[in-house]
Ligand binder design. Structure first.
Ligand SMILES: NC(=O)c1ccc[n+]([C@@H]2O[C@H](COP(=O)([O-])OP(=O)(O)OC[C@H]3O[C@@H](n4cnc5c(N)ncnc54)[C@H](O)[C@@H]3O)[C@@H](O)[C@H]2O)c1
Length: 453
């Protein structure tokens, strides 16, 4: 464990602040801030200080009422940016040591580690009463997503948000508004896709044969965390970034992009539960990495925005895409590399990932002027929630449900071509007993996750 020599400077985060806390009433103040000076800043720590972690921390730090007090990263070479951002903040390699030292001085944390550690860390933080912003996918397994969801449901004073920042982007907000306005009628089917492949970042299909020694700057035991121990693989084999490819750590292309691209589908159609069934087709799988190309066929029960009593939602990745004709595009136009097509009774909506929606009607004479919904600040939305006690729309109950669906895809890929029937209430695949072990994982000794009842 490494701790910086910089002394913890309480004055840094007790500076009085202006706007948001001033509007918090005594009743609206979350439990964690009760008893403190209402004008004090939200005391913040970031777990995972580089990659997306740095982007999360940097965005959070633009909020006038946030005081960064500590950061954790298992790799000491990846701390430079946070040091420059907040020279007085304390630095750690083990987030548990950070909480041991500073627990009562930290209100809210970001979790931006690789996927396999999200649930362990997020649950630990929530059980300690901390507000949590956790990257997508919320967890690595279906079972973990249910535990995080259950924990969020238990304590409504804890403000949570998943790191699917496009949820607050004008493109997705506008798309959701259009679907719910009924402009293309009720929705008959949805097709969503992402171009990245399920593996290819490390360039390997099997573990490296002669891995180098772990650099002294990296605490490999902490990086491995809940997963079975294996040797450090070398730069960009697992750490950083390339862990995405590997079943023990990442969640493939559906895990990387599903919580983004399916998010406006879930929000627009008000899907709050799991699918009826799922079937996977793909280009091949071994025991180590995810398939390079997948098609996942989900079937969901109906909601008020769905035509009929169920709906097919199909996911494609690794270069696979739906038929462009489903979007009723004008001649010569092609589909974007990532996005969704909502097929409605009167027409289709093409929603590119981070791009404004486009409407095309079966009756080509129909024209509709799209009114843009302005973007919100996703990061500030969570901080404002922590300060006011108001839960943002994509807290862990919502994010947990979306993640369960996404990670069910990573169960189905082990049984290609077979339709798996899903009993969401009981967290069980009902027609294929051998599939159920894939809903969870074996935890390394000392890193077990306790079930949340
Ligand atoms: N929302 C988005 O648009 C978006 C974009 C990229 C990544 N992500 C998500 O962010 C997370 C991180 O992805 P990344 O690409 O930044 O990965 P990365 O491997 O590049 O970076 C992860 C960082 O966390 C550190 N880390 C690893 N284990 C840790 C632990 N146990 N405790 C503290 N620090 C630890 C690493 O040293 C590294 O600095 C993933 O869940 C990923 O899915 C989200």
């Amino acid at each position: 464990m490494t701790d910086s020599n910089t002394s913890f400077n309480r004055r840094h985060f007790l500076k009085t602040a202006g706007s948001a806390s001033a509007v918090a009433t005594v009743f609206g103040v979350p439990a964690l801030l009760r008893g403190k000076d209402l004008n004090s800043k939200l005391q913040f720590a970031g777990i995972g200080a580089n990659g997306k972690g740095w982007s999360d921390i940097k965005e959070m730090a633009t909020h006038p009422q946030l005081a960064p007090v500590a950061f954790t990263d298992i790799d000491l070479t990846r701390m430079d940016k946070v040091k420059r951002l907040a020279p007085d903040a304390r630095l750690y390699q083990d987030y548990r040591k950070m909480l041991e030292d500073m627990g009562d001085k930290i209100d809210a944390l970001t979790v931006s580690t690789p996927d396999h550690m999200h649930a362990y860390i997020a649950l630990d933080l929530m059980r300690r009463g901390k507000h949590v912003y956790c990257q997508k996918p919320l967890t690595r397994t279906v079972w973990e997503a249910r535990q995080v969801r259950n924990q969020a449901a238990k304590d409504k004073n804890i403000i949570t948000r998943m790191g699917n920042q496009i949820h607050s982007h004008s493109a997705y907000l506008t798309g959701v508004q259009l679907i719910q306005s009924g402009v293309i009628g009720k929705i008959k089917e949805v097709h969503s896709w992402a171009s990245p492949t399920g593996h290819g970042y490390s360039g390997l299909l099997e573990r490296p044969k002669n891995p180098p020694e772990v650099p002294t700057s990296i605490n490999w035991d902490l990086w491995i965390g809940v997963a079975p121990m294996r040797p450090y693989g070398g730069e960009r084999i697992y750490h950083p970034f390339a862990w995405r490819d590997w079943q023990d750590f990442g969640s493939g292309a559906i895990g990387d992009f599903g919580c983004h691209i399916l998010d406006p589908v879930f929000t627009a159609l008000k899907i709050t539960g799991g699918p009826n069934s799922i079937k996977a087709e793909h280009s091949g799988i071994n025991d180590e990495v995810w398939p390079s190309q997948e098609t996942l066929y989900y079937n969901f029960p109906s909601t008020e925005y769905i035509a009929g009593d169920n709906i097919n939602i199909t996911w494609y990745d690794g270069g696979r895409q739906p038929k462009a004709s489903l979007a009723l595009l004008p001649k010569g136009k092609t589909l974007p590399r990532l996005g969704s097509i909502f097929v409605g009774e009167k027409g289709s909506m093409l929603l590119p990932h981070v791009g404004m929606p486009e409407l095309n009607f079966i009756d080509a004479k129909i024209e509709h002027k799209i009114e843009k919904v302005e973007s919100l600040n996703h990061y500030h939305g969570w901080i404002d929630g922590c300060l006011s006690g108001k839960q943002p729309s994509d807290g862990f109950e919502y994010g947990g449900n979306l993640t369960e669906t996404v990670q069910l895809g990573n169960v189905a890929v082990h049984f290609p071509g077979e339709e798996l029937k899903w009993d969401a209430k009981n967290l069980k695949i009902t027609n294929k007993e051998e599939a159920n072990p894939y809903l969870t994982r074996k935890y390394r000794k000392g890193w077990e996750i306790t079930e949340v009842n």
